[in-house]
Structure formats: structure tokens, C-alpha cells
Design a protein around this ligand. Sequence first.
Ligand SMILES: [Zn+2]
Length: 453
Amino acid sequence: MLTITQAPQGAVQVKQQFLITGTASTSYAGRKLMLTIDNQYTAPGPVVAADGTWQLNFLFQQTGNRRLKLAIDKDSVELPLSVVTTLPPTPRLRFANLPQQIPSGQSVMVTGSADGYADGTALLLRADKQFELARPTVQAGKWQAAIGFHQTGKRLIEIIGSGQDRAQVELQVVAAPPRPPRLRFTQVPKPIQAEEIVTIGGEADSYADGAQLVLRVDQKYELARPLVQGGKWQAPILFHQTGSRLIEIIGSEQDRAQVTIDVQAGDLQIVVRTAWNSTPTPAELPELKPLRITIHHTALSGSPSTSASLATDAERMRYIWRSHVNGNGWSDIGYHYIIMPSGRIFEARSDKKRGAHDVVNDGWGIAFDGIYSRATINQQQFQSAVALCTKLCQRIGIKDPVTPIPTPTADYGTRNLPPICGHRDRVATECPGSEGGRTVRLADIRQGVKAKL
Ligand SMILES: [Zn+2]
């Protein structure tokens, strides 16, 4: 047996002495090894010591691919060596731009140099002498890897190459500063139609579940107060007015996002309140959770004609408003919508606020302007009522506007009534006309809506 235990790796410098050590079977103790150079020249080699070890100091006089062979009896060992005038640089790893502190939970790129390493050589990046972080490969004498830590504290980072070549650096993982909250729109329906309920939504980075945001339109009107759930928020929105609308989601003074939505006219057109009245519905009125629709007539004489202009209809709306607010002493018009003989639908009281129209007031009130004790609504009014009731039923999920269901009333206890009912079904009154609603075609309205749902 004959082995080399230590020798230069690959290359040696010409005329520079180097050491080769090895072991041999102790049966060779005291004997001399035979040295052959380049399979040509032989020379006496080192003597095997009593413990079987041997060592040889040697140098080459000439460069080139050289070969040393050591032999004794039938045992031999060979060592190919490249003899060069200057040695290639010793492989050496270094860290370049490692920051001294990194925030926990964040990924940072560490880079370094790898002198004397071939492209593609795999290195090992390790933490605290045990955890592998990455295996970067050398490219053009450089390496890089992304690292990140979840726990704070001091860390020993090592880059390890061949043999004993490694570099170390210490870094401090510090608690990450809280990220600023951030809101975004990601779900933006566009364009949308007036009177059409759509869902708008987005993301809310760094907001806790249950955090309340404010959704605002045109920097003025609040649309909703969506709650954050799993870093997201969403809210149903609905516009009466057409045109370009600026939508804002607001978390705090500093954190808000904006988007513009184009609202187009849909198949249902409603004259918005701002078109006839500069006074909004008082904000302090209680919120409405609408369950049904009650049909009325205004029971006021002097309705505009079927061919009235918008201005005339708007003037009539102001008259009704004065009659309810100044005459009756109410906060606003009692109904949510009024349908003029022209067929125009006017927004009256805000549809988000409880009305003052059927005593129970658990739904929207729609009134035909005029007195329909004997007269019958015209076809324009009928079609407007069907279109409006259809949209309102869709908004609150009424799928069957015809079949009676138990319904609270003011004067008759609980009654089985269709979700679209008449004022007189709940209160002892003639409204919206005599004969059980025939004059305002209640049954036809229900059937018309049912056909459209
Ligand atoms: Zn009524």
C-alpha cells in the first residue's frame, strides 16, 4: 500500500520547492521509494519511516504538464502537476455590500466576490454555522443571494467555497418598522349604469381585520363604510346621477386612493334630488333597511300634465316638498320617489333614510303624483313604476313581488301582503286610491316586475 496524504493541488510554480507527504505499509519501513519523473527519469525517493510515513521535498526546473510517480515493489502512486511560471490567484471569497443591519421579515440582497472561482461554481451561504441560506453560483467572479430573517438578533453569515476558503460577517437583524398602511382599488367596475348596484373593492395593506374605511364620492358624499377583511375591502355602490364620478377609499388622512368611474344612463332614469332641490335629506334621519315597497298617491291636486316640461315637474316637486315640510312639519318629503304624470321619476327623500309614508316605514315609498281615487295612472307612469320597482326589488333581493308574505301593518296587525303593496293595505286610508289599488294598477305592477326579475 502506498498513498499520498498531502500534495499541491493541480499547479506548482517552477523552481519553487514543495512538499509531498504520504504513507506506506510499515512492512516497507526503512526502505527507499523509487521516484520516476515524467515516466522517463528515475531518482532515489524518500525513505519510509518506522511508522510508514514518508515525505518528499521537490522542485521542477521546467514548466509544463509534469508527472511524479513513487513506487516500491508492486505498489505505486502517481501525481500529475501543472508547473507554471506564476500561480493562478488563490481562490478567495469576500462579502461586498452586506448591510450591518437588516429589518426582520424583509429580504435583502447580499453580494460578494469570488476571486479565482470558475463561472458556475456553487457556493454555500450559511447562517450561524448551521442554517443553509442559499447556494449562490459564481458568475464573472461574483456571487449574490437574497436572504431574510424572521427573528431579531445577531447573525453570523458565512460564504463557503472550496476547502478552507470562506468569509464571515456579522449582521444585526432588527425589528422592522411598521409598514405604512396602504389602500388600493383592485375591483373597479367600469363603466357602470345609473341605478345599477355594483361592487367596488380593493386591497388594504397593513390594516387589521375589522378596520373601518370610508368610501366617498366627489369628495363630498359618503357611499359606504366598508370593513377590512383579510387585507381586502369591498362595498356595493349605486349612483342616481350620470357622469364622471371621483371615488375615494379613505383609511386615514395620509392613506387614501382614488379612481374615476363613468356612470352612464341605464334603462331606468331618475331625476336626482339635486336637479330640483338644493336642500339634501337631513343627515340625522334614521337609516333605512328596506324590506318592501309601498305605493301611494300624493293626493294633491294640480299635477302637471302628461307633457309637462322637466322644469314644470321640478317646480311641482318643490311644491310637494313645501307641502310636506312646511305644511305637515316633516323633515322631508315623506316618500322616496315620486312619479309624475309625464312618467318622470323624481328622487324625493334619500333612499338610505327611513321615510314617513306608511307608519311602519320599513320600506321605500313610491307615490304617483295626483289623486287616483277614481282616475287611473297613465301608461307612462305605469311603465316607470314597473322599471323602478324592478330595480328596487333587485337591490334588496325580492325575487317574488306577487306572493303574499306575513307583513306588519299599522292598523291590521300582521297581514299576508305582497312585497309591493299599497298604503291602504297597511293603514286605514284610501291611498293610493279606491278599489284596492286598481286605479294605480297595483296587481299589474307586481306582474310586470315579476316578469322582469
Ligand atoms: Zn299613501
